[in-house]
Design a protein around this ligand. Structure first.
Ligand SMILES: *Cc1c(COP(=O)(O)O)cnc(C)c1O
Length: 326
């Protein structure tokens, strides 16, 4: 199986969201750029593609079974991406699913995952997840375990690759070297991989990981641990905690505003991840302390319609799955 990703993903300038600082005559304007990680794959893009590419290639090379056990929120992008690419690679995918606030987008993700053949094992709380995971790992033939967000060492190396790709785009004159790269911090692999990759390339680009899950100290620890696992040294990684709002999956006013502005520039955001990161990127641009800010867009922009073919409607979801959306 070849994943057939679309690399390099494009980098674009967002002139309408870049600015000349009003009243700050000493300041240069700040340019906002976007790395289009939404376009990593024509069938389903976003940041889980680079992670799964590494993970599935390794699993195949080592002849690791035919079963993947993973875990995520009910509307997890990672579960959906694993369902799609894991199945193409010959794996059966089982997912322990956790409650999350309901959104149309999250419900569609679950419906698509089910249509792709995911076996879902819902649990009522985060505390119950480890038991459910162990139970699935012990059931039947040996299984490959994928942690939340696909953020193990190999998944994170997928984002070291992405940073290298940006470095080459800078060398090729596609974009100037960014001062900051702003990205969502969920399970941490994306931000950690980028931070390691930019450091290894000798770039000045500092990664700002915008926390979207609580507790933030736990998310921060995971990300810093992954930078160490992949880079074998400490690399700069700024954790931005001010955009979380009421917690994972909860909308924020800043996020809704950022979503509107992004739409006017042709980018579609989701409330859980990218709305919060984009809000943070816009504020960094407005601060006037930076010349070039790169926002890394991690949400697939491929239409879900093809993946929803044959999916159960929301009304037809088994009650134990429907209950996950609170
Ligand atoms: C999973 C996901 C993230 C978070 O990436 P991590 O590597 O888990 O921090 C960000 N944005 C979107 C759209 C995602 O699906």
């Amino acid at each position: 199986m070849e994943l057939n990703p679309n690399y390099p993903t494009p980098v674009e300038h967002l002139p309408r969201l870049s600015r000349v600082q009003p009243g700050h005559t000493g300041h240069e304007p700040c340019d906002l750029w976007v790395k289009r990680e939404d376009l990593t794959h024509p069938a389903y893009g976003g940041n889980k593609v680079r992670k799964l590419e590494r993970i599935l290639a390794d699993a195949r090379a080592r002849g690791l079974g035919r079963r993947i056990v993973t875990v995520g929120a009910a509307g997890s992008h990672q579960v959906l991406a694993t369902a799609l690419f894991g199945r193409e690679a010959g794996f059966e995918v089982e997912a322990v699913l956790l409650p999350q606030p309901r959104s149309d987008h999250a419900v569609e993700n679950l419906r698509a995952s089910l249509a792709l053949g995911v076996r879902a094992f819902p649990v009522g709380s985060y505390a119950a997840a480890p038991f459910a995971i162990v139970r699935r790992l012990w059931a039947g033939e040996p299984a490959l375990y994928l942690p939340v967000g696909g953020s193990n060492r190999l998944g994170t190396l997928g984002y070291v690759d992405a940073a290298r790709e940006v470095a080459k785009q800078v060398r090729d004159g596609v974009l100037p070297e960014p001062d900051l790269a702003v990205v969502t911090l969920g399970s941490g692999g994306t931000a950690a991989g980028l931070a390691v990759g930019f450091a290894q390339e000798g770039m000045k680009t500092r990664v700002v990981g915008v926390a979207v899950a609580a507790p933030v100290w736990g998310v921060e620890l995971a990300a810093r641990w992954l930078t160490f696992r992949c880079g074998r040294r400490l690399v700069p990684l700024e954790i931005e905690r001010r955009y979380l709002g009421r917690g994972y999956g909860h909308r924020t006013a800043e996020g809704e505003h950022a979503t509107m502005l992004a739409a006017a520039s042709g980018l579609t955001l989701d409330p859980t991840y990218t709305a919060k990161a984009f809000a943070a990127a816009l504020d960094r641009v407005a601060e006037g302390r930076y010349r070039h800010v790169l926002y890394v867009h991690t949400l697939s922009s491929a239409p879900l319609s093809a993946l929803l073919e044959g999916a159960p409607s929301e009304q037809d979801l088994p009650p134990e799955l429907a209950r996950l959306f609170q």
